[in-house]
Design a protein around this ligand. Structure first.
Ligand code: C2E
Ligand code: CA
Ligand code: CA
Ligand code: CA
Length: 278
């Protein structure tokens, strides 16, 4: 066992070098990506569970790099957060998402909300509120078009600043959503003290809702709790019609997932809206 441990260690070092080399390469490619226009927003519909009507879309970031190919957000967002690049990227995302919402309104005649993911680092940056106000002005869109999705990780830090920023965003009419609800191990008490509008049930609970009685109970309990607190509920990761039926029966307000529509390029999403938007 000792020997195996040693050789495992010997193999460890070169791997680490490779990893940090990849990180450095990723970081420098990411720095250029904004100038080169390599980032792209995809949009995934969020529908009313009962009527099937599209109510909103979530903006999901994609990175098309000539060297790396298509890079999914889980592969580069953590590094963007560490390096602080998420501030510039995040600003681009908010601007772009609102311009797209303006397009849906003016060209397609649909007043949809646009949900944008915000990382904790971005949220705590001093210029955050101003940047959002400017983005709303630039797109000439009302504040309640924008819904910011934050995870329980952010709320967990429990700082006065976080509470204050949430309050200010709410006062400006911007909508606030708890993403990946149920995965963050945080106390539920924040739901009553912070001005959230929406709670998104994590897809891990939705996935087995028909197979595991426990998951069904949890989803049912989350919906009831959220409603009694006056929150709207969105179920994420709805892939099958049967899951959609379950959610309808349980009174879940909105649903999002491959069953309704995959994340699409802005062009494909506009096309999707033309046929599914009414
Ligand atoms: P998320 O906010 O939880 O986004 C939902 C993820 O679930 C998306 O992955 C989406 O493609 C995927 N998804 C949607 N419907 C289904 C379904 O029916 N089944 C399954 N299995 N998956 C589904 P994606 O696009 O790869 O994004 C991953 C994560 O990256 C997001 O998770 C979010 O945390 C982060 N992210 C994406 N865009 C941004 C951004 O602009 N800024 C920040 N800070 N984070 C972002
Ligand atoms: Ca999200
Ligand atoms: Ca509110
Ligand atoms: Ca989520």
């Amino acid at each position: 066992a000792k020997h195996a441990g040693k050789s495992a260690y010997a193999r460890f070092t070169p791997d680490m070098t490779e990893v940090s080399h990849e990180r450095l390469q990723m970081e420098s490619l990411m720095r250029k990506a904004l100038e080169q226009g390599e980032f792209e927003l995809f949009f995934q519909p969020i529908v009313d569970t009962t009527s099937g009507r599209v109510m909103a879309a979530e903006a999901l970031l994609r990175w098309n790099n000539p060297v790396l190919g298509l890079v999914m957000p889980d592969r580069f967002i953590p590094l963007a957060e560490e390096t602080g690049l998420i501030l510039t990227i995040g600003e681009w995302v908010i601007n772009e998402a609102l311009l797209e919402a303006a397009h849906w309104r003016r060209e397609i005649g649909l007043e949809l909300q646009v949900a944008v993911n915000v990382s904790p680092r971005q949220f705590r940056d001093a210029g955050f509120l101003d940047r959002i106000s400017r983005a709303l002005e630039a797109a000439n869109m009302p504040a309640d078009t924008l819904e910011l999705e934050v995870t329980e990780r952010l709320i967990l830090d429990n700082s006065i600043e976080t509470a204050d920023i949430l309050k200010q965003l709410d006062q400006r009419g911007i909508r606030l959503s708890v993403d990946d609800f149920g995965t963050g191990y945080s106390a539920l008490s924040y739901l009553k003290s912070y001005p959230f509008n929406t709670l998104k049930i994590d897809k891990s609970f939705v996935h087995d809702v028909l197979k595991e009685a426990e998951d069904a109970s949890l989803v049912r309990a989350i919906i009831n709790m959220a409603h009694s607190l006056g929150l709207r509920v969105i179920a994420e990761g709805v892939e099958e019609e049967a899951q959609s039926h379950f959610l309808q029966t349980e009174g879940c307000d909105c649903s999002q997932g491959f069953f309704y529509g995959r994340p699409m390029s802005s062009q494909a999403f506009s096309h999707w809206l033309q046929t599914n938007g009414r």
